[in-house]
Design a protein around this ligand. Structure first.
Ligand code: ZN
Ligand code: ZN
Length: 165
């Protein structure tokens, strides 16, 4: 089933001091089961929408930044609300051109279905993967299958198309 989603996407932090919009179609979605995402989300995994770095605009408030080293050894940073602590997006230094939007901060997150699962080596033992799930034990070395599955499942309207570059 292909879902239709209207751009720009909008979202914000838990308290509303930060509001944002995403002006171009996300590239992919996935569930990250790494130990950092488990801790940051306070849950079993992080639900991520991979978005182009320039497509995220804060329309209310200014995020603070925290940095850490990822399970893959990369230098990562997170943009968060200084009032409520809610994490909005993660990026990497040096930039890879993409941000990992914490998809649960979208106003409408009903259409975000993980197209793949990363860092399954630290997934919780009770988590049930779909039979045809795309699984990576650690950091993917090839995101193309995840990107293709995501882009086959969602159509974006009201903004530039995903292949418009
Ligand atoms: Zn907040
Ligand atoms: Zn993670």
């Amino acid at each position: 089933m292909t879902q239709k989603v209207t751009l720009p996407l909008t979202g914000g932090c838990q308290c509303g001091a930060l509001r944002y919009r995403v002006t171009s179609p996300p590239v992919m979605s996935y569930a990250c089961h790494c130990t950092n995402c488990q801790c940051i989300s306070g849950s079993a995994f992080g639900l991520v929408a991979g978005i182009k770095e320039g497509s995220l605009e804060f329309t209310t408030g200014k995020p603070e930044r925290v940095t850490w080293q990822s399970d893959a050894g990369n230098e990562r940073y997170g943009s968060y609300c200084v009032a409520c602590g809610c994490r909005i997006a993660h990026g990497q230094t040096p930039s890879i051109g993409l941000l990992s939007l914490r998809a649960g901060t979208l106003d409408d997150r009903s259409w975000i279905v993980p197209a793949g699962h990363t860092w399954t080596r630290s997934a919780q033992p009770w988590f049930q993967f779909e039979d045809d799930a795309i699984l990576w034990k650690e950091q993917p070395t090839d995101y193309v299958p995840i990107i293709q599955r995501f882009q086959a499942s969602v159509t974006f309207e009201g903004g530039p198309q995903a292949d418009a570059e």
